[in-house]
Design a protein around this ligand. Structure first.
Ligand code: UDP
Ligand code: MG
Length: 314
């Protein structure tokens, strides 16, 4: 096999059901494409037979490479593991293993790459998902964009074609709480969007638990925005200003009108409100401390259990 120009990287977690169709579509794509393509499939500690299927495939077809992680490390780290091992000399095509990102779009992405774009990211025109999830995503991306210091494009996930030089930078970023779409934007170079309609899953349920999804959202907010910290100091300043004004009013009342200072309810309200604000502020600092804590341990991001990689052309 020739040295691949393009690596397709897909993380899989319990995707046994959609696996045969994924392989069928990827193989058809490789057979029909004039490009030389390799596929790196990462098993993220699946509990079903995904890992075994990947191993079997990689042993029989040398265009496929298997990377099996020691346990479930999460989508972002599985992708990171795949990206570190992909050898495509021109670019990496990052897709989901559940076929929500049609691999057949590779030629369209590649064309934009050839026109000089280092990153071609997919922009979802329509989602075939429940309204709750859709609304959540819609609001989150807009909120993140408004508070982020990085220009993170709206409605785009990890589905993208990324040039070799950008991948090299990504591979060198040791960030622990990874939010790859943010890191990708942060790197810069010429980036452009490609609109597509996101398909529904071909089989099974979403493998992202609500906790994982919230974690990803948190990583986006805390790693790509200074807003939470700024929010604390701003709230502090506003509180001080309000209390000063209130103090002046009370003094004037006392001096010129000798009125009795009013009540208990407002006092209680203010105490409760600012206890809440203080706890929130502590929690926000905690988020940053936690991230520093984990980063400073310097643990490897993920652990690979087994690799089935065809080394013929190295
Ligand atoms: N995935 C993974 N590890 C996980 C969760 C998900 O590797 O802990 C994979 C999953 O198999 C799929 C991709 O990441 O190929 C996207 O996950 P999913 O389809 O569940 O997310 P959704 O599309 O619902 O956001
Ligand atoms: Mg999916």
């Amino acid at each position: 096999m020739k040295v691949p120009q393009i690596s397709i990287v897909a993380p899989l977690y319990n995707e046994s059901e959609s696996f045969p169709l994924l392989v069928k579509r990827l193989t058809a794509l490789m057979d029909s494409s004039p490009l030389s393509i390799e596929v790196v499939l990462v098993d993220d500690g699946s509990k079903d037979d995904t890992a075994m299927r990947i191993r079997q495939l990689a042993l029989t077809d040398d265009r496929y490479h298997g990377v099996l992680l020691s346990r479930n490390h999460g989508h972002q780290l599985a992708l990171t593991a795949g990206m570190a091992r992909a050898r495509g000399t021109e670019a990496l095509f990052v897709i989901d293993g559940d076929l929500q990102d049609p691999p057949e779009l590779l030629p369209d992405f590649y064309k934009l790459y050839q026109e000089g774009n280092d990153v071609v990211y997919a922009v979802r025109r329509k989602r075939k998902e429940g309204w709750l999830k859709k609304t959540g995503y819609f609001l989150f991306y807009r909120m993140l964009r408004s508070i982020s210091y990085v220009d993170i494009p709206l409605d785009s996930g990890d589905f993208a074609l990324i040039s070799r030089r950008v991948v090299d930078v990504l591979n060198k970023m040791p960030e622990e709480s990874r939010y790859l779409r943010g890191m990708r934007s942060w790197i810069g170079f010429k980036q452009t969007g490609f609109e597509y309609e996101r398909d529904a899953r071909v089989a099974g349920e979403s493998k992202y638990s609500l906790k994982q999804l919230l974690n990803l959202a948190y990583n986006g907010i805390f790693n790509f925005s200074e807003f939470p910290i700024k929010f604390m100091s701003r709230t502090g300043v506003i509180a001080i200003l309000i209390s000063l004004v209130y103090f002046i009013i009370v003094v004037i009342k006392k001096l010129f009108f000798t009125q009795v200072i009013e009540g208990f309810t407002s006092l209680l309200f203010v105490i409760i409100l600012f206890s809440g604000v203080q706890l929130l502020a502590l929690g926000i600092i905690g988020e940053y401390v936690l991230r520093i804590f984990f980063q400073s341990k310097n643990r490897p991001l993920y652990i690979v259990k087994e690799e089935i990689i065809n080394r013929e052309y190295i």
